[in-house]
Ligand binder design. Structure first.
Ligand code: ADP
Length: 257
C-alpha cells in the first residue's frame, strides 16, 4: 500500500487546541495569508489565545507579515519537539522560520515538512489555531484537512469569475470532509478614489458562492495600500490601525469563526 501522506493519528500537540480554523484559497496571491494573519491578531485582540500555522510551504508569507524577535524555531532537544516563536502574544510556526529552507520540493517532501511541523509542535493551550493552508485543493490539502480536526473553514477569493469556479472546488472539499465553511472573504473587491468606488475585477462572484452553497457569511475586503504595506512591514493592519475599516471587517469575521 502507498505510504500515507501524513501520519494518521491526531498529533499530540494539537490536542490542547479548542478551535482549528483553515483559511483556504484555490489560487495563490488572492490574499489568503493576509486574511489568516489579520484574523489571528483580531482574535488575539478579542482576548483569545491564538496560534498561526503557516502550512504554505511553497510560499511561506508569515515571516514577512509578522516580526517576531526570534525568527528561527527553537527545538526542545530532549522531547524532540518544536517550540513556536511568538509575536505580540500570537504563537507562530512557519517553514519560513525553519532556518535554511529548500525552495523546490516535490509533493512528498512538502507533506513531510508539513507533517513534521504539525506533529511535533508544542502549541500548548490555545483557543484558536489558524491554519494558512497551501493554495489549492490537491492531495496535500485534502489529507491535511483529514488529519487536522478542523472546526471551521474560511475561503478567500477575488471577484474574478475564474476564481469563483475554483472556490466552488474548495467549498466541495470542505463539505465532503464535513467541515463547516463559515465565511467567504471576497478580497480586493473595490477601491475608493476621487469620491467614487471602483470594482476593478467586477462584482458578485462572492454572493454567487454564498447563495449556491449556503455559506452564512460574505465579507468584502477592499484594496488598500495600507494592507499591502502592513503585510510587508511585519505588523498586521489590524494591529497598526485597530479602529480602521479593515479591523472592523476582521472583527465581524472573528465572531463567525
Ligand atoms: P496569498 O496568501 O493568497 O498568496 P497574500 O495574502 O500573500 O496572498 O497577498 C498577496 C499580496 O497582495 C501581498 O503583497 C498582500 O500584501 C497584498 N494584498 C492582499 N490583500 C490586499 C488588499 N486587500 N489590498 C492591498 N493589498 C493586498
Amino acid at each position: 500500500p502507498a505510504k500515507p501522506l501524513f501520519s494518521e493519528q491526531l498529533p499530540a500537540g494539537l490536542q490542547t487546541i479548542s478551535n482549528i480554523v483553515a483559511v483556504s484559497s484555490c489560487k495563490g496571491g488572492v490574499g489568503k495569508s493576509t486574511v489568516a494573519v489579520n484574523l489571528a491578531y483580531t482574535l488575539a485582540d478579542m482576548g483569545a489565545r491564538v496560534g498561526i500555522f503557516d502550512a504554505d510551504v511553497y510560499g511561506p508569507s508569515l515571516p514577512t507579515m509578522v516580526s517576531p524577535e526570534n525568527r528561527v524555531l527553537e527545538m526542545n532537544a530532549e522531547k524532540r519537539t518544536i517550540i513556536p516563536t511568538e509575536y505580540l502574544g500570537v504563537k507562530l510556526v512557519s517553514f519560513g522560520f525553519a532556518g535554511q529552507g529548500r525552495a523546490i520540493m516535490r509533493g512528498p517532501m512538502v507533506s513531510g515538512v508539513i507533517d513534521q511541523l504539525l506533529t511535533t509542535t508544542e502549541w500548548g493551550d490555545l483557543d484558536y489555531l489558524i491554519i494558512d493552508m497551501p493554495p489549492g485543493t490537491g492531495d496535500i490539502q485534502l489529507t491535511l484537512c483529514q488529519i487536522v480536526p478542523l472546526t471551521a473553514a474560511v475561503i478567500v477569493t477575488t471577484p474574478q469569475k475564474l476564481s469563483f469556479i475554483d472556490v466552488a472546488k474548495g467549498v466541495r472539499m470542505f463539505s465532503k470532509l464535513k467541515v463547516p465553511c463559515v465565511a467567504v472573504v471576497e478580497n480586493m473587491c473595490h477601491f475608493d478614489a476621487d469620491g467614487k468606488r471602483y470594482h476593478p475585477f467586477g462584482r458578485g462572484s462572492g454572493s454567487q458562492v454564498v447563495q449556491q452553497f449556503g455559506i452564512p457569511h460574505l465579507f468584502d475586503l477592499p484594496i488598500r495600500p495600507t494592507l499591502s504595506a502592513s503585510g510587508d512591514s511585519g505588523m498586521p493592519e489590524v494591529v497598526a490601525d485597530p479602529q480602521g475599516e479593515v479591523s472592523k471587517i476582521f472583527q465581524n469575521l472573528g465572531v463567525c469563526v
